[in-house]
Ligand binder design. Structure first.
Ligand SMILES: Nc1nc2c(c(=O)[nH]1)N[C@H]1C(S)=C(S)[C@@H](COP(=O)(O)OP(=O)(O)OC[C@H]3O[C@@H](n4cnc5c(=O)[nH]c(N)nc54)[C@H](O)[C@@H]3O)O[C@H]1N2
Ligand SMILES: Nc1nc2c(c(=O)[nH]1)N[C@H]1C(S)=C(S)[C@@H](COP(=O)(O)OP(=O)(O)OC[C@H]3O[C@@H](n4cnc5c(=O)[nH]c(N)nc54)[C@H](O)[C@@H]3O)O[C@H]1N2
Ligand code: SF4
Ligand SMILES: [Mo]
Length: 708
């Protein structure tokens, strides 16, 4: 039976139809490597209009890959991972967790979740942590992803829905400012929504690299500006300065729909374009031209991505982008708006239902007595049984194996020893753990370090819901039966909860879990109570907030923002002195990011031959002028290093990068992990680490005995 579902990877959630093949049985006869057991076809859907990227096309390859895990693994006395039965593995995990908890308290057990989990799994994981484990120590990889944009959105609008409008609204835009996002590689079908702005000559791409997205403006279709990495806050302050100085503010909107203008005006007064130029490298005339274009009154959008958000000042930078949008009256104006592009498959839903350390389902605050009382009722417990706020990801990982820290860690949907900042330190923390349990369907670098690995299902084998980058709730549907030895994560949580003696309900049926999530989210900011599987299966659109008996909300902010007074907040922000160390002359700024072919830590895509073949290893992108100065030729091995670590890889010379920067993708493990070099200093508001602007030195790697 063909299944109508969506891609396993990014938040665009391109629609696909999966049709089972008999290839799997055919290959048994021929002895060839197992082929994909389903074929993948793009399906019409507003975000992708039938298109898929390479990752989507090849996504079925992992279903029957030899590297797929199909039995629980437990580490032996001799240190090797060996297959065992589910009962043995689950009994072992429950026994060890009980021991550690009784000796060191419930907070000695930690949980690390992921933005790729379905809503049902994310919700149940949060409940499992709080009730079955009784721990406050849960956080997730969305901390590395959406936390700064979320904090900025909550602060300004009182709500955090990445795109407060359907993606197709962009189609008719005349001007789109893309800040730090490379959608042409990270969400390829997205660029179909940019063609209106391109045709109007109004696509403005802000990226220190000349990316595939930046090249979309090459034929007079807009503008690419290449600021120094980490200087977007100043650029945005400069744009606001020009808007105010040249009287381009939408005065009626600012007066009627916002607060905070006076302080904002003071905060940008000093950021005249010439000063912005001296800090960012963007010519003053360009700053003025962009401001004027944005204010020209046409259909205008400002969109941010990780390039401006994954910084120690990411929240303030996203805030500065929102301030600019508010000055121009964009949010809520038909045909205009501000948004952030959510990244992971369920990066939106995954940040709403309780994986965050300070959060309960429905985007409720765990410190709010009314929120606790509501969720306690749904969970059938006393509110006092729900722990308080835990620790954000970096602090949680920093506490691993420490006397008062986390001694046992359960990981669901993250390859954190590749994707975390300052990852050498994280690896040392993992070694100090008494117990590491990883649920995954491949032996990721993190799973390879575990004491117990529990094999889970893949997207094509499971039921559930995802919430895409538009805040649209969609159905994930199974196309085939899972391998005999793999188990649904809902079942795993249920089994562990039973073994731990929990009296709370841990349903194993996704629809039943969704029904509970509806109740738990009811009345919260992310209210799903009006949505059910039948509605989704009818093909109806379902954007949250979607209250019971109400309708969904494709477009937010038309009438009011979500603060009690209905007004948006203009928040004066300023660069923090010393937020980042200043480079010395022989240092370059390391920019990290993504390649089209690989997804995140690469745990999945490095196991797909076609994708690995296209991008087999990490390449450090260096400007030829810089390379010449350093005596590095194209393709030569180099060392990229700083006080935290060293990456050894090959150089790729390209004029697409600024001469003062070097780019590394973060998709590779071991000594090619870009995160050996990134800092775990965090944004004081969002706890986002500094992924995008770190100082490094690059040298030619002289291998002993090498020919050169
Ligand atoms: N192929 C692929 N697609 C993906 C993913 C993947 O891993 N691979 N991951 C998904 C996820 S989870 C996410 S979050 C999204 C991320 O999607 P994007 O935000 O598009 O991804 P990045 O490549 O991390 O960063 C975007 C750009 O920011 C630029 N940049 C770096 N530093 C700065 C800076 O200081 N200022 C500015 N203005 N730009 C800067 C980089 O050069 C890069 O081109 O992609 C999703 N889609
Ligand atoms: N230097 C640098 N580092 C970064 C970034 C950057 O731009 N630069 N970006 C950051 C961002 S935006 C993100 S989102 C993170 C992501 O980084 P990670 O959290 O490492 O994300 P993935 O590589 O997607 O890891 C997901 C793991 O879970 C498994 N998995 C997939 N689905 C499921 C499921 O349903 N259940 C379970 N149990 N497992 C599943 C996959 O096989 C994989 O091993 O990386 C961050 N790290
Ligand atoms: S753009 Fe994202 S959702 Fe679409 S096919 Fe590619 S990885 Fe999948
Ligand atoms: Mo992300």
């Amino acid at each position: 039976m063909a299944a109508e579902t969506h891609c396993p990877y990014c938040a665009l959630q391109c629609a696909m139809t999966l049709t089972p093949t008999d290839a799997a049985s055919a290959t048994v006869a021929t002895g060839a490597a197992p082929a994909a057991p389903v074929t993948v076809a793009g399906r019409d859907f507003p975000t992708n209009r039938g298109g898929l990227c390479k990752k989507g096309w090849t996504s079925a390859e992992l279903l029957a890959a030899p590297s797929r895990l199909t039995a629980p693994l437990v580490r032996d006395a001799d240190g090797a991972l060996r297959e065992t039965t589910w009962d043995a593995a689950l009994d072992l995990v429950a026994d060890r967790l009980r021991d550690i908890r009784s000796q060191h308290g419930a907070d000695a057990v930690g949980v690390f979740g992921g933005g790729g989990l379905t809503n049902e799994k994310a919700y149940l994981l949060g409940k499992f942590a709080r009730l079955a484990l009784g721990t406050s120590r849960i956080d997730y990889n969305g901390r590395y992803c959406m936390s700064s944009a979320a904090a900025a959105g909550n602060r300004a609008f009182g709500i955090d829905r990445g795109l407060p409008f359907p993606l197709t609204d962009l189609d008719d835009a005349e001007t789109i400012l893309l800040l730090g996002t490379n959608v042409a590689e990270t969400m390829p079908p997205f660029i179909g929504h940019l063609s209106g702005a391109q045709a109007a000559g109004g696509l403005v791409v802000v990226d220190p690299r000349r990316t595939a997205t930046a090249r979309l403006v090459d034929d007079g279709q807009g503008l690419h500006v290449q600021p120094a990495p980490g200087t977007d806050l100043m650029l945005l302050l400069g744009l606001a300065h020009v808007v105010i100085a040249e009287r381009l503010v939408d005065d009626a909107y600012v007066a009627g729909r916002t607060t905070g203008f006076a302080a904002l005006r003071r905060s940008v007064a000093q950021w005249w374009p010439e000063r912005v130029q001296s800090v960012t490298g963007v010519p003053a005339a360009t700053v003025r031209a962009i401001a004027r274009r944005l204010a020209s009154g046409g259909r205008t959008y400002i969109l941010t991505g990780r390039g401006v958000e994954q910084h120690v000042d990411g929240t303030d930078t996203a805030t500065a982008a929102i301030n600019l949008a508010l000055l121009l009256g964009l949010p809520g104006r038909p045909g205009s708006g501000y948004g952030t592009l959510t990244g992971q498959g369920n990066g939106q839903g995954g940040r709403e239902h309780g994986q965050k350390c300070d959060q309960l389902p429905g985007y409720r605050k765990i410190t709010d007595p009314a929120a606790r009382a509501h969720v306690a009722r749904v969970w059938g417990v006393d509110a006092s049984e729900i722990p308080g706020p835990g620790l954000p990801a970096i602090e949680l990982l920093g506490s691993l194996g420490r006397p008062d820290g986390v001694r046992a860690l359960l990981v669901h949907g993250s390859n954190l020893v590749v994707s975390s900042p300052n990852v050498a330190e994280v690896r040392r923390g993992i070694e100090r753990l008494e117990l590491l349990v990883v649920c995954d369907f491949v032996l990721s670098e993190t799973a390879a370090l575990a004491d117990v690995v529990l094999p889970v299902l893949q997207w094509a084998e499971e039921e559930g819901t995802m919430t895409n980058l538009e805040g649209r709730v969609i159905r994930r549907r199974p196309a085939l039966a899972p391998p005999a030895g793999a188990r649904d994560e809902l079942w795993i949580l249920h089994e562990l909860a039973m073994r731990l003696g929990s009296t709370a309900d841990f349903d194993t049926d996704p629809e039943a879990v969704f029904e509970e999530l509806r109740l738990a989210s009811e009345g919260g900011i992310a209210d799903y109570s009006g949505i059910d599987y039948a509605l989704l299966d009818s093909g109806a659109e379902a954007f949250w907030p979607f209250p019971r008996g109400g309708t969904g909300s494709p477009r937010l902010f038309a009438e009011r923002f979500h603060h009690d007074d209905g007004l948006a907040r203009l928040v004066a922000v300023a660069p923090r002195t010393g937020a980042r160390p200043a480079p010395s002359p022989d240092e370059l700024t390391l920019v990290t990011g993504r390649l089209l072919e690989h997804y995140q830590s690469g745990a999945q895509t490095r196991r797909v031959p076609e994708l690995l073949g296209a991008q087999p290893d990490a390449r450090a992108a260096i400007h030829p002028a810089t390379a010449a100065r350093l005596g590095i030729a194209d393709d030569e091995p180099v060392e990229v290093r700083n006080e935290r670590g060293t990456v050894r890889c090959r150089a790729r010379l390209t004029t697409d990068i600024r001469p003062d920067a070097v780019f590394l993708p973060f998709h590779y493990g071991d000594e090619q992990a870009a995160n050996l070099l990134t800092s775990d200093a965090v944004d004081p508001i969002s706890s986002m680490p500094e992924f995008k602007a770190n100082l490094v030195r690059v040298t030619r790697l002289v291998e002993t005995g090498a020919e050169s």
